[in-house]
Write a protein that binds this ligand. Structure first.
Ligand SMILES: *Cc1c(COP(=O)(O)O)cnc(C)c1O
Length: 311
C-alpha cells in the first residue's frame, strides 16, 4: 500500500498521508524514477545506447541514472561538478560500481551546463550518440513523468486528498504533479533559496503543457505563515523560505525535527528534500495555516541514499 496514514502531534488539525515512492525500488526510486521513465523511452525509441547527465557529488539523479542504465542496458556518463576528490562520495562510488563513467569538470565550466556547446566542450564529439538529460532529470520528459505520477494519485488513491505537498529543487516534479492532479491543489516547498528561478521554470513548463493554474502561482514563505490566505485555498502554489539555511543545509533544529518524525512515523526521511518538506508542513499546520481537517498527501520523493552524506 503506497499510502500511509501518519499520526503525529507534529501535524495538528490536519489528516496527513504519505505516498511512499521511496519504496518503489531499491535503487531507482522516488521522483527520479518517474523523471527517468520518458527520458529512457525516448533514448530507446531513437536507438541511442547511452545517456549523459550531470549533477553534484550527492545527486540522487546521478545515482538513479547509473542504476537505470545498468538495469535497462544503457551506457551512462555522469558529468560531476568540481575536481575528482581523493575519496568519492558514497553516491558516486555506487554510480561507478554501476558502470557510470564519471567526468569531473571545474565549477566555472559546470556553471554553463544549460548552455549550448557545453557537452561538446566537456566530451568532444563523443556525446552525439547519447541522450542528454539535464541536471536533476528536469527535462520536458521529466515533467511528463511527474505528470504520470499525478494521474496515478488522482485516479487510483482510495482517499480524496484536499492537497498534495512535494519538495521542489528545480520544480519539474511540482509542475508535472500540477498537470496530473488537475483540480487538486499542489503545494511545492522550495528546498533552496533560489529567488524566482523555481517559479519561472514552473511557469515555463506549465505554459508548455497548456496548463493554466488560475492566476499567478500562490507564493508565500514559511515565516509569513501567520498572514494571508490559508494554504491551498487559492489552488496550487510554491512555498519559499523553508530551506532551513540553504540547499542541503541541516541545522540542529531540522535534525532534531527529523529524529521526531522518524520516531513518530517510522518512515525514513532525509534532510535535503523530504525533511524540509515535512518541516514546512509542520510549521504550517501548527500555525493553523491549512484548512482544518484537510486531507494532505505528502509525496515521499525518495533520496534516502543521500542520508549517507550526513552520517
Ligand atoms: C531531485 C529531488 C527532488 C526535487 O525534484 P525537482 O523536480 O527538481 O523539483 C525532490 N525530492 C527528492 C528526494 C529528490 O531527489
Amino acid at each position: 500500500m503506497p499510502y500511509e496514514r501518519v499520526n503525529s502531534t507534529l501535524f495538528p488539525g490536519i489528516e496527513v498521508w504519505i505516498r511512499r515512492d521511496d519504496t518503489l525500488d531499491p535503487l531507482i526510486s522516488g521522483n527520479k524514477a518517474y523523471k527517468l521513465l520518458y527520458n529512457l523511452l525516448e533514448a530507446k525509441a531513437r536507438g541511442l545506447d547511452a545517456v549523459i547527465t550531470c549533477g553534484g557529488a550527492w545527486s540522487n539523479h546521478i545515482h538513479a541514472t547509473a542504476a537505470a542504465g545498468a538495469r535497462f542496458g544503457f551506457k551512462t556518463v555522469g558529468i560531476v561538478r568540481g575536481w575528482r576528490p581523493k575519496e568519492l562520495s558514497a553516491a558516486l562510488q555506487d554510480a561507478e560500481r554501476l558502470g557510470m563513467q564519471l567526468v569531473f569538470v571545474k565549477k566555472s565550466l559546470y556553471h554553463r551546463r544549460w548552455e549550448e556547446g557545453f557537452l561538446e566542450e566537456v566530451l568532444g564529439e563523443n556525446y552525439k550518440s547519447a541522450l542528454f538529460i539535464p541536471e536533476g532529470g528536469s527535462s520536458w520528459a521529466g515533467v511528463k513523468g511527474a505528470e504520470l505520477l499525478g494521474r496515478v494519485i488522482k485516479e487510483s488513491a482510495s482517499v480524496n486528498f484536499d492537497q498534495v505537498w512535494v519538495a521542489c529543487g528545480t520544480g519539474a516534479t511540482f509542475a508535472g504533479l500540477v498537470g496530473g492532479l488537475r483540480d487538486i491543489p499542489v503545494i511545492g516547498v522550495e528546498v533552496l533559496s533560489a529567488g524566482d528561478s523555481i517559479a519561472n521554470s514552473v511557469d515555463r513548463w506549465l505554459t508548455m503543457s497548456g496548463e493554466s493554474i488560475s492566476g499567478a502561482l500562490y507564493r508565500t514563505s514559511v515565516e509569513e505563515c501567520l498572514k494571508g490566505d490559508l494554504i491551498g485555498v487559492e489552488g496550487s502554489g510554491l512555498l519559499s523560505g523553508g530551506h532551513c539555511g540553504g540547499y542541503a543545509k541541516c541545522p540542529k533544529e531540522l535534525s532534531s525535527f527529523l529524529i521526531r518524525v522518524e520516531r513518530d512515523t517510522g518512515i525514513p526521511v532525509e534532510p535535503v528534500y523530504t525533511g524540509k518538506l515535512l518541516h514546512a508542513l509542520s510549521v504550517s499546520a501548527k500555525s493553523g495555516r491549512i484548512p482544518a481537517a484537510s486531507k494532505v498527501l505528502v509525496v515521499h520523493s525518495g533520496g534516502l541514499q543521500g542520508r549517507r552524506g550526513y552520517m
